[in-house]
Design a protein. Sequence first.
Length: 300
Amino acid sequence: MVSAEKIQLLREKISEADAIVVGGASGMSAASGFVFYYKDDEVYRRLAGGLARKYGIHSMFDAFYDRRLTAGERWAVILRTTRYIYECGTGGTYRDLAELLEDRNYYVVTTNQDAQFFRVFPTRNITRIQGDWRYWQCSLPCHDGIYDNHDEVMWLCDAICGDALPEKLIPRCPHCGAPMEPWVRSHVFLQGKFYHREMKRYRDFLEKHRQGKVLFLELGVGMMTPMFIKEPFMNMVYQWPHAFYATVNPQHAFVPEEIAGRSLAIGDDIAVTLRQLLGKSTAEVKPFDGRDLFNPSRVY
Ligand SMILES: [Zn+2]
């Protein structure tokens, strides 16, 4: 449980802010129970099927980046994961955050690729820095285009044989015929027109409010990629006269000395913290232990 003083301070900062910039990362989804990306749980085992034992892999990301899988096996994991992302429920942390920010002036920047923020906030208020599983791009990439994959994911998932997609069904680029690739951070990740349009939308929001009372609310950013959200937030608070930094992060809740007077660090569970902020019961929240989630093979 978070102390009453900290909850009260964060409530005040939320209510008096002209603008709230939410930086949401893997901890947001982990606190909702979506841990299969880097943990061996029941969901992961369903997505990996027999590949878990065949290759001795223990999480979805490890399967995604493991080069021993055949192209068809890798696509089986990609398709099952993407289908799960389309069909799973909306995480409690996301529903609670939406309730907390209702009627407020906010913007969300996220490194999450699981589209959970899109369940509860309008697209115009979100920028995704590391892509989104619901889109594909050319793996080269030969052109600047990303493609909604919903319908193809559904039927291709049904075409998986054993634990592999038949080679001839692997999605191909409509321009050059190379295999497609999920539009998520990798060495071929496409940062084209679509990506830059979203980044501009985020920068415009920041620019508009830089002189105002801005609350930077960081939720669960890990230390694998602090340069996308955590460090820019700290830098802006350092430079902007009326900005405030709050981090809710069971693993990495710290603030630099330079902004300590305009910061709040909450090192507790995100789900518990959000419910306390809303005055809801935390009895049913299963506390999340971030310590057993660190996986150095993760790229984010
Ligand atoms: Zn192509």
